[in-house]
Design a protein around this ligand. Structure first.
Ligand code: CA
Length: 440
C-alpha cells in the first residue's frame, strides 16, 4: 500500500483507447486493475488489465517483451498470486509501464501502439474468473454502524459487545465457495428455529440476504510465527474488489452462538472480477475513522500514525436489486443503499496486523472481507437485515413490489467507485449474483 502520487495518477493523462477516456468510465488510464480471464478461442486462464472496454492480455504482452522483468514473469501466470507475492516495487514498476504503454502522451506508446493493440481483447468477449487462488478467507466486521444495528436486532439489551472497540472482530470464512461475479447463488437450506417453536426444522432459508463489502487481497504476507506491524501490513496489501457475503439470517440467528457464523455464511461469497490496486487508490486515501473522545485508543500494535492519517478509503459503494418482474419489464436496477468505506471503524491495515498479531501466516491471495459497509443513516445500510429491521419493515420498490429478504430470481449488483476533485474517477466494476431456487 504505497500512498505516493506519481505520473500514473496525473488527471491530465489520457489513454489512446477512446473508451477509457469517457467521463465516468470505471477503467480509465489511472485505474489499471488486474483480473484473470479466458476467451472462447483460448480457454487457458491468463492475467489481464482492464482499460476502457478492452482487456490487455498481460501474458502475451509479457511474451512480446513489453513488460519490465520482475512483473513480466508474474504476468505470465494463470492467477494473480505470483504478482501479489512479488511486492510493492514490482507492482509499481508494472503499473508505471502499463500506464506508459496505454497512455496517449508517451513516446513509448506511439512506438509500441501497434504491438500493444495485438494483445487487446474486447471485454465483452472474455470470461472472468476468480483473480487469485485464495488460500484463506477471513471476514471482518469493521463497520461500527453495521455492528451496532445488527447487535440491536439480535441483542437489544447489549448491541455492541465490549470487545468491539479493541479488537477488529472477524471469523474464518470458507474458500471453496468463493465465486466470481455472475455466478448464480443457490438458496441454501439450513436449520431454523422460529421463536414460537420448541424445536428447529431443516429447510430452505426464508431470509436470504446480501452483505455489501470490500475485499482486500494480501500481497506479500508474513511467514508463520511472525507478525506484521500496521506499517508492514500497509505495504503487504495488494488491492481491493467488491465482495457479497450472502447470508441466511434465520440460520444465522439459531447457530451463531457460541462460536459465530458457520453455515449461514459459507454457502457462497461473490467477488468482483477486477482487483483495483492500492496504488491506484492512492489519490482517494482519507484519514482512518475519527473515534469519539470517549472511545479507547487502539493498543500500540494496532496504531500507526501514517495509517491513522490516510488508512481510510474514500470509496463509494452501492447495492442494486433487479427482481424477476423488473427484468421482465426491462426496468433498471433499484438502488437499495449507498455508503462510503470511509465510515469503517478499522482500516484494512489494522485488520491485517490484527490477523497476524498471533503469528498467523497470511499468504499472497488471501482475502480479508471488510464486513458489511454501513454508514450512520438508513440510506447507507449495506444489507436487508438492517434495511428491513430483520424483515419487519419491507423495502418498497418503485414498481410496487416489496422485499423483506431476497426471493428466487432476484439479482443483487454491487458497484463501487472512488472520486475526488482534481483526480480522475476510477471504478471497481460490479459484482453480480442471481438467486436460484433451493434444490428440491
Ligand atoms: Ca460479512
Amino acid at each position: 500500500m504505497t500512498a505516493e502520487l506519481n505520473i500514473t495518477h496525473d488527471p491530465a493523462r489520457r489513454s489512446w483507447i477512446d473508451t477509457a477516456c469517457v467521463p465516468g468510465a470505471d477503467f480509465p488510464l489511472q485505474n489499471l486493475p488486474f483480473g484473470v480471464f479466458s476467451t472462447a478461442d483460448q480457454s487457458t486462464a491468463r492475467i489481464g488489465v482492464a482499460i476502457g472496454d478492452q482487456v490487455l492480455d498481460l501474458g502475451s504482452a509479457a511474451a512480446s517483451g513489453l513488460l519490465p522483468s520482475g512483473g513480466a514473469e508474474a504476468a505470465r501466470a494463470e492467477c494473480l498470486n505470483p504478482l501479489m507475492a512479488a511486492g510493492p516495487e514490482v507492482w509499481s514498476a508494472l503499473r508505471a509501464r502499463l500506464s506508459e504503454l496505454l497512455g496517449a502522451d508517451s513516446n513509448a506508446a506511439r512506438n509500441t501502439r501497434d504491438l500493444v493493440r495485438r494483445h487487446l481483447v474486447r471485454m465483452k468477449d472474455v470470461t472472468m474468473h476468480l483473480p487469485a487462488r485464495v488460500g484463506g478467507y477471513t471476514d471482518f466486521y469493521a463497520s461500527i454502524h453495521h455492528a451496532t444495528n445488527v447487535g440491536a436486532l439480535f441483542r437489544p439489551d447489549q448491541p455492541l459487545l465490549p470487545n468491539y472497540k479493541w479488537v477488529p472482530i472477524g471469523y474464518h470464512g470458507r474458500t471453496s465457495t468463493l465465486v466470481p461475479s455472475g455466478t448464480p447463488v443457490r438458496r441454501p437450506k439450513g436449520q431454523v428455529k422460529p421463536p414460537a417453536s420448541s424445536a428447529p426444522a431443516y429447510g430452505p432459508t426464508r431470509s436470504l440476504d446480501y452483505e455489501l463489502e470490500l475485499a482486500a487481497y494480501i500481497g506479500v504476507g508474513n511467514p508463520s510465527g511472525s507478525t506484521l506491524s500496521v506499517a508492514d501490513a500497509r505495504r503487504s496489501l495488494f488491492g481491493v474488489s467488491l465482495l457479497n457475503d450472502w447470508s441466511a439470517r434465520d440460520v444465522q440467528a439459531w447457530e451463531y452462538q457460541p462460536l459465530g457464523p458457520f453455515l449461514a455464511k459459507n454457502f457462497a461469497t461473490s467477488l468482483s472480477a477486477w482487483v483495483v490496486t492500492f496504488d491506484a487508490l492512492a489519490p482517494f486515501r482519507t484519514p482512518a475513522y475519527r473515534r469519539p473522545a470517549e472511545d479507547p485508543t487502539p493498543l500500540p500494535h494496532l496504531l500507526d500514525p501514517a495509517d491513522q492519517a490516510e488508512g481510510g478509503l474514500e470509496v463509494t459503494l452501492e447495492v442494486g436489486l433487479v427482481t424477476p418482474a423488473m427484468r421482465r419489464d426491462g426496468l433498471s436496477a433499484h438502488r437499495l443503499s449507498s455508503g462510503s468505506f470511509s465510515s469503517m471503524y478499522w482500516t484494512f491495515a489494522q485488520m491485517a496486523a490484527h490477523h497476524a498479531s498471533n503469528g498467523c501466516e497470511l499468504r499472497p491471495g488471501d482475502v480479508l472481507g471488510s464486513g458489511t459497509v454501513s454508514g450512520p443513516d438508513r440510506s447507507s445500510q449495506g444489507c436487508l437485515l438492517e434495511l428491513t429491521r430483520r424483515g419487519a419493515e419491507p423495502v418498497l420498490l418503485p414498481n410496487g413490489e416489496s422485499r423483506a429478504f431476497l426471493e428466487d430470481g432476484d439479482e443483487i449488483i454491487l458497484r463501487g467507485h472512488a472520486e475526488r476533485p482534481g483526480f480522475v474517477r476510477i471504478g471497481l466494476g460490479e459484482c453480480r449474483g442471481t438467486v436460484l431456487p433451493a434444490l428440491p
